[in-house]
Design a protein around this ligand. Structure first.
Ligand code: CP
Ligand code: NVA
Length: 303
């Protein structure tokens, strides 16, 4: 069987996504009922993290434990990459030991290289361009709350960043209506908008959060300062000041609007405590669903 890499959410078709969501729901049931799921016994997953992580790291590690397999956390500072061994040689070497590799990288090019030079499946665990694993967990949560994608109005408020790119492309694949509200200079790059258009995506862009929030079924936000953007902190805090997801903004959306955030959040900046802990928040279910959806993904690629 040909190995498959998931570097972008667009590496999955609509059918793949539905299959993963179904399998994820089944794995969630099994976990809750304590049923054994040792489907990846004696298999090993390598995990390279060039940036911090709570959810992605822990959920992939637990996923491998649940499957009866093993995971290895590989800090670039501790492996020889940190001393100059090439990504190409690292990828070839790791392919001889592991059955899969996830990588959270500063530059998307690194995960692309890892994929190109390994013979095992490689999964993007967040890059500067995309965060496909996040979107799978998000889609699982949307299905649980709304039971459909078609006709759902998904509104992104804030930075047109990596998570936004995957949400935009993913929405195009599953046919959700996508609106993004952000200051002009932080819009998703043209290449992502064009790709979404090519995939048949329906999307709108505005710099007015209230217009974007109108009648929304989902309001999604993320940090204003992503990992790697720290040098722009002051400018970003100024530029995004009017893009906070708060009770006032929610009043423009549908009464049963679902509030989402990939986490980690900067409470009091992009989202208020009131909204994050309020009745419309699906945020911690979303975080839990990272586990179930990633289990479905690695089972599909490594099983
Ligand atoms: N959402 C997300 O990827 O969280 P971590 O950075 O904690 O992995
Ligand atoms: N956009 C954020 C997501 C963190 C999960 C970042 O890249 O830091």
């Amino acid at each position: 069987m040909m190995k498959r890499d998931i570097l972008s959410i667009t590496d999955l078709s609509r059918e793949d996504i539905y299959e993963i969501l179904e399998s994820a729901a089944d794995l969630k049931e099994k976990r809750k009922s304590g049923e054994s799921t040792e489907y990846l016994k004696n298999k090993s997953l390598g995990m390279i993290f060039e940036k911090s992580s709570t959810r992605t790291r822990v959920s992939f590690e637990v996923a491998m434990t649940d499957f009866g397999g093993h995971s290895l956390y590989l800090n670039p500072k501790d492996i020889q990459v940190g001393r100059g061994e090439t990504i190409e040689d690292t990828a070839k070497t790791l392919s001889g030991y592991l059955h899969g590799l996830i990588a959270r990288v500063m530059s998307h090019e690194t995960v692309t290289k890892l994929a190109n030079y390994s013979t095992i499946p490689v999964i993007n665990a967040l890059s500067d361009r995309e965060h496909p694993c996040q979107i799978l967990g998000d889609f699982m949560t949307i299905m649980e709350y709304k039971n459909r994608f078609k006709g759902i109005k998904f509104t992104w408020i804030g930075d047109g960043n990596n998570v936004c790119n995957s949400a935009l492309l993913g929405s195009a694949i599953v046919d959700m209506e996508f609106t993004v509200a952000c200051p002009k200079e932080y819009r998703p790059k043209t290449e992502f908008l064009e790709k979404a258009k090519f995939l048949g995506g329906k999307f709108k862009i505005t710099d007015d959060p209230k217009i974007a929030a109108k009648d929304a079924d989902i309001i999604y936000t993320d940090v204003w300062i992503s990992m790697g953007d720290e040098a722009e902190q002051e400018k970003r805090l100024r530029d995004f000041a009017s893009y906070q997801v708060n009770t006032k903004l929610l009043s423009f959306a549908k009464p049963d609007v679902m509030v989402m955030h990939c986490l980690p959040a900067r409470r009091g900046l992009e989202i208020t405590d009131e909204v994050m802990d309020g009745p419309n928040s699906a945020i911690f279910e979303q975080a839990e669903n990272r586990l179930h959806s990633q289990k479905a993904l690695i089972l599909k690629l490594m099983g």
